[in-house]
Structures are given as structure tokens and as C-alpha cells.
Design a protein around this ligand. Structure first.
Ligand code: CA2
Length: 151
């Protein structure tokens, strides 16, 4: 059976491709989820893709990832990145290798976007690659999993 990864997108990422293309590009959330499914499949993984505008639902899915024995999480927590101790705690609680992703370069934007509560609970963070960041995150996650499996 293929191993499962969870790809979680937080608040307002359902609006991708509809506004602010100069920051977020033209691709939609459906494009992101297709890219993730294809990338995961090419690496022998199954991607479970979810998006929510609600912090608690994201936390429930992080817990569900552990219950379902997911081997990795790719998380774009949207605006909760910069505010959510609860999402940080959920990630620390489940102990699943996590990659943080942002479509935009958060460090080239407002100073309130420069701090991430997710980064401390992640083994890698990617930002500024547009939606290609999700492909890079899944590829890096798979490489880490296979390096761990060989160690
Ligand atoms: O760059 C990213 O991926 C972000 O996580 C996106 C969040 C933002 O709060 C983070 O600082 C960085 C916001 C997502 C909003 O997405 C929209 C997309 C199109 C139109 C409006 C909002």
C-alpha cells in the first residue's frame, strides 16, 4: 500500500488564482492539489489534500494524519503561520515530519509575516517558489523519508 502524506492549506488559500496574482500567481487551489497528487504519485506516495479557513479543523486534520499513520505533512498555514501556537503544538504533538510551504516570499513582505510558529515544528520551510514550492516540499519530504528508511 502506498504511504500517505497530508497536504494541508489554511485560511484564504481557497482564493488562490482569483486575486493578487502579483503576489500569489494565477494557479488555483485545484492546480495546487493536482500538482501535489501527481508529485506524490510519482514518488510512490498518496497525497490527502485538505483546505480549511478554520484553525480547529486544521488541528483535527493534523491529529487525523497521525491516526491514519501518515508519513509526512506539507503545511501552508496561511495567516495562521504568524499567529498560531495551537497549530505549532499540534505538529509537535503528532511528531510527523513536516515541511512548511508558502507561495510567496514571506520575508520580502510585511514584517508581521517574518515570524512563523510553524517553522519551529517543521524540518524544512520553503517560500517564494510559487506553487512549485509544494512540488519541492513533497520531493524533499520523500528524500528524507527514504534516507531515514535506509539509516
Ligand atoms: O505565501 C503564502 O503562501 C502565505 O501563506 C499566504 C497567506 C499569507 O497570510 C501568508 O503570510 C503567506 C494568505 C493566503 C491568502 O491567499 C490569497 C490568495 C489570493 C487572493 C487572496 C488571498
Amino acid at each position: 500500500m502506498p504511504q500517505t502524506i497530508y497536504v494541508l492549506n489554511g485560511p484564504n488559500l481557497n482564493l488562490l488564482g482569483t486575486r493578487e496574482p502579483e503576489i500569489y500567481g494565477h494557479a488555483t487551489l485545484a492546480d495546487v492539489e493536482r500538482l501535489c497528487a501527481e508529485t506524490a504519485a510519482s514518488l510512490g506516495l498518496t497525497a490527502v489534500c485538505r483546505q480549511s479557513n478554520h484553525e480547529g479543523e486544521l488541528i483535527d486534520w493534523i491529529h487525523q494524519a497521525r491516526a491514519e499513520q501518515a508519513v509526512g505533512i506539507v503545511l501552508n498555514a496561511g495567516g495562521y503561520t504568524h499567529t498560531s501556537v495551537a497549530l505549532h503544538d499540534a505538529l509537535v504533538g503528532v511528531q510527523i515530519p513536516t515541511v512548511e510551504v508558502h507561495v510567496s516570499n514571506i520575508f520580502a513582505r510585511d514584517s508581521f509575516r517574518h515570524h512563523s510558529f510553524i517553522a519551529k515544528a517543521s524540518f524544512a520551510s520553503l517560500c517564494g517558489f510559487g506553487i512549485d514550492g509544494y512540488r519541492l516540499a513533497i520531493t524533499g519530504l520523500a528524500a528524507r523519508l527514504s534516507a531515514g528508511a535506509k539509516a
